[in-house]
Design a protein around this ligand. Structure first.
Ligand code: ZN
Length: 389
């Protein structure tokens, strides 16, 4: 009861008629149809399945098991009877996008094999992106060259030839994904670019792909993992990128070609503002320290954000003059404070315990010094610390 694969010979057909051979329950408990023939490509070889409808019902998945193709449907099982004829319509935009992306992957893999001795170790075609794992790490220069060569294959509008070869023919041929096929196998040939065993639908001419774009190439398991887009998906990706660039040019009131330097200037400004703020806070901290009466037991200071070293030095300074709670709280009432506390005449953990119990402060330390953060306002913190008496 092998399902005849109409998509093999007629990858451009969008509708078909078939006889129902069996109505089954799928692994998901849904209704599954087995037909005598189908245009629906199943999930196979790393590629997601076709979408569309059968008898007007939406297809939720298409799988293959030993050449029997099962169409999973959003429909009650009693809607179908064995022997009935049924109409199938595939989602052509989705299918053609898969054909573009799949053939684009052949071109890249073929060039990687031919020119860089880098082999395709794994491939996945989802509805959003194609990933490709390879065996060699390419330099940035080689990556640009690879992408350029792939797009040159598109401009050359080469034929993409798919046909079955006998075992005898296969034994005498060199091709990618070579397995020890027991019978015939389907080879996809792009002359001068790639020969590969493959079962999926492809475009007839490379020109139909339109564009191949490598979105990302990262080092992966000793080779590289490529994220690539072809055809309409590549075009839509570039449109979205351009739109983001437009938004940025408006936000920064800069021409596109000046965006990088504009962002660099902005970052420099932000950093100098931050350093200036910390410097001001340090001056304020020094001023606050001078105000504290040397005879006071406790010495607690609240100040705008200062860096850790300044804060710690201030606490040590206070601890040399006072025996009670010597603390510096850095931050503000809205965002909370980072604190460092010392208590020369006692155990600093007493203070952090109070803040934890009353205000859910985080942090800890030793008898000599504690540090942490507390999300509360200055008045509330002072009140909590006074609770020790
Ligand atoms: Zn293929």
């Amino acid at each position: 009861m092998i399902t005849k694969k109409l998509y093999d010979e007629a990858p451009y057909d969008r509708e078909f008629r078939a006889a129902i051979k069996d109505v089954v329950k799928t692994k998901n408990g849904k209704t599954g149809l087995i037909l005598d023939q189908t245009l629906f490509f199943p999930e196979e070889g790393g590629q997601s399945c076709d979408k569309g409808t059968l008898g007007g019902f939406e297809i939720t998945h298409v799988s293959i098991d030993e050449d029997v193709i099962i169409h999973e449907l959003q429909a009650p099982a009693d809607a179908f009877s064995t022997g009935d004829q049924i109409n199938g319509v595939i989602d052509w935009d989705h299918r053609f996008s898969n054909m573009q992306n799949h053939t684009g992957e052949h071109i890249l893999s073929g060039i990687l094999h031919r020119d860089y001795s880098s082999e395709n170790m794994g491939f996945h075609l989802s509805d959003n992106i194609v990933t490709l794992d390879t065996t060699k790490v390419l330099t940035p220069g080689q990556l640009s060259e690879l992408e350029k060569k792939a797009n040159e294959v598109i401009y050359a509008n080469l034929p993409v030839l798919c046909r079955y070869y006998t075992k005898d023919e296969l034994d005498h041929m060199e091709y990618r994904s070579k397995l020890d096929f027991e019978e015939s196998a389907r080879l996809v040939v792009i002359p001068g670019v790639d020969i590969c065993a493959c079962c999926a639908p492809h475009v007839k001419h490379t020109g139909e792909i339109g564009l191949i774009k490598i979105i990302k190439a990262i080092n992966y398991k000793g080779g590289m993992r490529f994220s690539i887009l072809s055809g309409r998906r590549a075009y839509e990706y570039i449109c979205a990128e351009c739109s983001r660039m437009d938004d940025l040019t408006h936000l920064l009131s800069e021409k596109r070609e000046n965006l990088i330097s504009a962002v660099e200037r902005l970052l420099e400004k932000t950093e100098s503002y931050r350093l200036e703020k910390i410097e001001n806070a340090k001056r304020m901290l020094d001023g606050e320290m001078e105000k504290i009466d040397d005879s006071a037991e406790d010495a607690v200071i609240f100040v705008e954000e200062v860096n850790d070293i300044t804060q710690r030095n201030a606490v040590n300074d206070l601890a040399s003059k006072h025996s009670g709670i010597c603390g510096v709280f850095s931050g503000n009432d809205n965002d909370g404070y980072k604190f460092i506390i010392s208590m020369p005449g006692g155990d600093a953990r007493e203070a952090s315990d109070l803040l934890r119990e009353k205000l859910h402060a985080k942090g800890g330390g030793s008898k000599d010094m504690v540090q942490g953060s507390v999300n509360a306002a200055k008045d509330v913190i002072i009140e909590a610390l006074n609770g020790r008496r």
